[in-house]
Design a protein around this ligand. Structure first.
Ligand SMILES: [Zn+2]
Ligand SMILES: [Zn+2]
Length: 258
């Protein structure tokens, strides 16, 4: 059994639980320590039970509560060495830090996690592949483009958490200053609904993928219904598609394997 619960996702904070019957990890800790605890308890989980917290990259919306939860709940923080260097002050006081290299395979309790390099304008940026008992989940947020390597690593996942950050027309006609529009739209910025839809369709055509959660939606440059319809229209197969919210946790989603 493999299950995920998105505690919240977007530019105001990201955190996601992945667990099986006996091990639980957190991906990112982008809310305050108290808010992470509150959201975890809302879905029946306790931060004290976390095996580890994996950090994708050093941007504030991914690490805000990392140091606090490492101390308060004795949670091991796992990140790429460049993430630690770039975010060093924000990790002040953090305990139990451990590094991983890209494509390293880690056994966290009974969950197997592989780090996946992604394109983003941080010191280092990581996605994850998580496997348990034959089921697998991919996690890719904060990426300006998907690489062939991303495809190769994710091609057999049953479920994918995938960034669908913005609609390009909304972004370019929206309120951001020009330099920020260019940053978001670049290959090291954030993924558009269109690019997200293309990648999901590519994986779905291979036949194994049976569900996705669209994540890190921009509140200014996207619309949840538009993200959903853009991704849905592109699919030739029936896929279960969920939307991550910023303000509240998702329901628990069981990763099913065909
Ligand atoms: Zn982010
Ligand atoms: Zn970021």
């Amino acid at each position: 059994m493999l299950e995920m619960i998105m505690l919240g996702s977007g530019s105001s904070g990201n955190a996601c639980i992945v667990k099986n019957a006996d091990s639980m990890i957190l991906i990112d800790a982008g809310f305050s320590g108290a808010e992470i605890k509150r959201r975890m308890q809302l879905v029946g989980c306790e931060p004290d039970d976390l095996e580890a917290c994996l950090i994708t990259h050093e941007h504030g919306d991914h690490i805000k509560g990392a140091s606090i939860i490492s101390r308060r709940h004795k949670v091991q923080l796992l990140m790429h060495p460049a993430t630690k260097r770039a975010g060093h002050k924000k990790f002040n006081g953090a305990e139990r830090m451990r590094h991983f290299e890209m494509k390293e395979v880690m056994e966290l309790g009974s969950l197997r996690v592989t780090s996946v390099p992604t394109l983003h304008d941080s010191a280092s940026s990581t996605g994850f592949l998580i496997e348990s008992g034959g089921a697998s989940l991919g996690y890719l947020t904060d990426l300006g483009a998907v690489t062939e390597d991303n495809f190769l690593m994710m091609r057999n996942v049953d479920f994918l958490v995938m960034e669908a950050n913005h609609d390009r027309d909304m972004l370019w006609n929206g309120p951001y200053p020009p330099h920020l529009k260019a940053r978001v739209d670049s290959r090291v910025g954030h993924l558009s609904n269109h690019d997200s839809a293309e990648f999901i369709a590519l994986l779905a055509q291979l036949g194994k993928l049976n569900g996705v959660m669209l994540a890190h939606l921009s509140e200014k440059n996207n619309d949840p219904e538009l993200a959903l319809s853009t991704v849905r229209q592109r699919q030739e197969r029936d896929l279960e598609i969920f939307l991550a919210r910023q303000d509240q946790p998702s329901k628990p989603i069981e990763v099913e394997t065909k």
